[in-house]
Design a protein around this ligand. Structure first.
Ligand code: AOF
Ligand code: ZN
Length: 367
């Protein structure tokens, strides 16, 4: 519906401009953590006079950019913001004060900010100063946009998506659909969107390269390597890295991690017990809002991690690519996968897309 605006109805105008605010927010996809993605549109007499989005934590908020863009025209205008304007001094000053100073007449808010420092105080402050505030326009869309930010705010842990490819008979495959790794492909887009990607050390070889997004200007995810098996030393030094790739290894005490790793500026975190809960706590503290558990080739160390994640409700979403291939074996070998796929029927918001060679299914676990 984006692109169609019905003149004369305030409600429809509100939907229209809020969707535009969400589009603007998405320009910073993958770049804002631990902050949310936020977009802002300023409208006066049926015309857009200012637009902005929050590009990155530490930089000004969406409202500030939109107000700058609007200049004096912001007076008596309506501001559409996909997230409640903040009312606190963080890395940047409160947006409520900027909106009040600019003398906007009305503010339309997509959703209340789950951040306990803000949580409705921004809305209250605007109302107290006489501004007309409407809350909850296109709320579902705004919440979907920031599902990861919201999850981390409420739990302290990153939002987790499990991704894997399988054959018809349930073998894990190390391929993704043709084109999926290219710009615009689902895999490339996932890597752009997620703050971190967990890889299994079992599927890393001498020739491994890190999964990277091909989207223009994508910020690459933190590469998280799990090393739990003392018998198989981690192959990191042999992986292709460049300066822009950040790598962190979670190693269990006694796991042999090649000493060369430290020379490459790779961060190694040694834990008594490397489990998903501990990894997520660490990453949450570090400001990561979202993590992709990317099962390619071999489950290896990831099998227990995934099992734990599913049992403890630490996985929020599944993205599964099913290839119409059959590798001769009849059964799903991996118990974790068997258990998982029994759950698939219960996934919420299940969506599927098919191409010539595969079907991509995604859905959310029940909350
Ligand atoms: C807004 N507009 O565009 C964003 C908001 O450290 P700071 O100053 O960047 O503050 C971060 C918090 O501000 C963040 O946790 C969230 O509550 C809110 N983000 N608020 O009004 C924006 N990005
Ligand atoms: Zn703000």
């Amino acid at each position: 519906l984006i692109g169609i605006r019905c003149e004369g109805s305030r409600e429809k105008d509100d939907w229209f401009y809020m969707r535009r605010a969400v589009e603007l927010a998405k320009k910073a996809i993958g770049c804002t953590s631990p902050n949310p993605m936020v977009g802002c549109v300023i409208v006066k007499n049926g015309e857009v006079v200012g637009e902005g989005f929050h590009p990155k934590a530490g930089q000004p908020h969406a409202e500030v950019f939109a107000l700058r863009d609007a200049g004096d025209l912001a007076e008596n205008a309506t501001a559409y913001v996909s997230l409640e304007p903040c009312n606190h001094y963080g890395r940047t000053p409160p947006c409520t004060e900027a909106l009040i100073r600019a003398k906007v007449k009305r503010v339309v808010v997509g959703m209340v900010d789950p951040n306990p420092i803000v949580a409705s105080k921004g809305v209250d402050r605007l109302r107290d100063s006489g501004i007309d505030v409407t809350v909850g326009v296109e709320e579902e869309l705004c919440k979907n946009l920031n599902e990861a930010y919201i999850h981390r705010m409420l739990t302290g842990k990153p939002f987790v998506t499990l991704r894997y490819s399988r054959s018809l008979n349930g073998q894990i495959l190390d391929q993704v659909g043709l084109g999926a790794k290219e710009s615009g492909g689902y895999y490339s887009q996932l890597l752009q969107e997620y703050d971190g990607v967990i890889l299994s050390s079992a599927s890393l070889t001498e020739n491994s390269t890190f999964p990277t997004s091909q989207e223009p200007q994508a910020k690459q995810p933190l590469q998280i390597i799990v090393a739990r098996t003392p018998k198989s030393p981690v192959q990191i030094p042999l992986l292709t890295t460049d300066a822009a790739t950040q790598v962190i290894i979670f190693a269990e005490k006694d796991t042999e991690v090649n000493p060369e790793t430290s020379q490459q500026g790779i961060e190694t975190v040694v834990l008594d017990k490397v489990n998903l809960n501990a990894i997520l706590d660490y990453c949450g503290r570090r400001g990561l809002c979202s993590i992709l558990v990317d099962v390619t080739g071999k489950f290896g160390d990831l099998e227990e991690l995934v099992e734990e994640g599913l049992e403890q409700g630490l996985v929020q979403k599944v993205v599964m690519e099913i290839f119409s291939s059959w590798d001769g074996r009849k059964e799903i070998e991996i118990q974790t996968l068997k258990d998982l796929e029994r759950e698939v029927i219960n996934l919420r918001k299940l969506q599927s897309t098919s191409s010539k060679e595969s079907v991509l299914m995604e859905g959310y676990f029940l909350l």
